[in-house]
Write a protein that binds this ligand. Structure first.
Ligand code: UDP
Length: 260
């Protein structure tokens, strides 16, 4: 698929046009950001691993009928995806209290929630992604009541699926953030899951040791982010000992080539 002009550059990904107006290329960068862009770094190989993990998860979701934007992975850093109009809301699902929830409400870190908690945040960096209620979503017409019910249903199924998938490989799914969008097809636009699902957007703890295997390693300066993400990929059966080494080496090779 021929790569056209850059349409959008976000914090961790770039979107490029393709000859098909309904499809775009999603490129995974190595950039890491946290605390609303205050903390930034470049972690070599992160984009390659997230591309693979997100491809694995989204293609499995398609197989259980959770519609999403993934068409196929194209190469180490790129996926062909359906173009969507992103809904300006971050949908967060929590199974264990940590992060902003503990700070905001004084809930003890690590509290296992009796039922999954869905939170909505407005996607607006200038405002610091404020938490909003269902009433805000409906009042400001970001979604209708029926559309919001559909998304909530999807979030519950998604959480059940991801909980089981990670539990099967010895990982606790603590919480995650996802985004949805409206497809571009003029006659039958529908709401589908978009963006990515990876250790950048989930909190993942080893089931036994509770070692963090996600972006909190960057947020909290714990180091060893690539080994942690690689561990997630290996447990999911995506990267094997050999191909993991290859993934990082290929990144190095491509950056060496560019420098020449
Ligand atoms: N999250 C994300 N992008 C954001 C904010 C949150 O992917 O802009 C994810 C985060 O990795 C975690 C979940 O959403 O898995 C809940 O994050 P929280 O609200 O606790 O935010 P944080 O503590 O990171 O500010």
């Amino acid at each position: 698929m021929k790569k056209g002009k850059k349409l959008y550059e976000g914090k961790a990904k770039i979107i490029y046009a393709t000859p098909d107006k309904n499809l775009v290329i999603q490129y995974f960068k190595d950039d890491a950001t946290a605390f609303n862009n205050l903390k930034k770094s470049n972690i070599e190989g992160k984009g390659v691993i997230n591309n693979r993990i997100s491809e694995h998860i989204l293609s499995n979701l398609s197989q259980v009928g959770i519609k999403n934007h993934l068409v196929k992975r194209l190469n180490m850093r790129e996926q062909l995806v359906k173009l969507v109009d992103i809904i300006p809301i971050e949908f967060i699902v929590r199974n264990i209290a940590t992060g902003s929830l503990t700070k905001r409400l004084g809930i003890e870190d690590g509290t296992v929630l009796e039922r999954p908690l869905i939170e909505y945040c407005l996607k607006d960096d200038k405002l610091g992604d404020p938490i909003i209620s269902k009433e805000h979503i409906i009042t400001f017409n970001w979604l209708s009541k029926a559309q919001l019910d559909l998304v909530d249903g999807n979030l519950k199924r998604l959480n059940d699926f991801l909980l089981g998938m990670f539990r099967g490989v010895g990982i606790k799914l603590v919480d995650f953030k996802v985004e949805f969008g409206f497809t571009n097809e003029s006659n039958k636009s529908e709401i589908i899951l978009a963006d990515e699902i990876s250790p950048d957007t989930c909190r993942l703890w080893d089931s036994i040791t509770e070692k963090k295997l996600d972006k909190d390693r960057f947020r909290k300066d714990l180091g060893d982010l690539i080994p942690a993400y690689t561990e997630v990929a290996k447990r999911l059966g995506i990267l094997h000992e050999q191909s993991n080494v290859t993934a990082v080496n290929v990144t190095k090779l491509s950056s060496v080539k560019k420098k020449k």
